[in-house]
Design a protein around this ligand. Structure first.
Ligand code: FES
Ligand code: FES
Length: 166
């Protein structure tokens, strides 16, 4: 048995230690926000953070993450209020939405290390996240918006204030 620390909560895990972390998160611990796309580290749909660094959960055996802090999309906020999530809402980034939790986790990691990224830095940081719907332009705009929001210390969008239908 090992202890997995996910989104600040500890979980006792005693299933297959060779299982990819993606399946331990989704099937065992029920954090289903992290998505399966390719299973080969190519699409970024399964991106989570390990000690603040973005990694592909489909390629990471669960045995390798004991003692590390795992963050999934569910760990960003309880209510979608993380500045990056707010920017995504404000600019209606998702189309089908399937890739977007991985996109957001990569964007959050980028902004934590590079709070005011250039277009080129965004392209580099996000190059491993594929969107079949082609939302790349809106993703880039949302990262810039979230960056401005963080710099000002405010969230960019409050659906209740804006009167949005949510
Ligand atoms: S499912 Fe992990 S990179 Fe595609
Ligand atoms: S929004 Fe559909 S795959 Fe990205």
């Amino acid at each position: 048995m090992i202890t997995l620390m996910v989104n600040g909560k500890s979980h006792q895990y005693q299933d297959d230690m060779d299982m990819p972390l993606l399946w331990a998160l989704r099937d065992v611990l029920k954090y289903t926000g992290t998505k399966y796309g390719c299973g080969k580290g190519l699409c970024g749909a399964c991106t989570i953070h390990l000690d603040g660094q973005p990694v592909r959960a489909c390629l990471t055996p669960v045995s390798a993450v004991e003692g590390q802090s795992i963050t999934t999309i569910e760990g960003l906020s309880d209510d979608g209020s993380h500045p990056v999530q707010q920017a995504w809402q404000a600019l209606n980034v998702p189309q089908c939405g399937y890739c977007q939790s991985g996109q957001i986790m990569s964007a959050v990691a980028l902004l934590e290390h590079t709070p005011n990224p250039t277009d080129k830095q965004i392209d580099t940081a996000m190059s491993g996240n594929i969107c079949r719907c082609g939302t790349y332009t809106r993703i880039k705009e949302a990262i810039h918006l979230a960056s401005e929001s963080v710099a000002k210390g405010v969230n960019v969008f409050d659906p209740k204030v804006e009167g949005a239908d949510v």
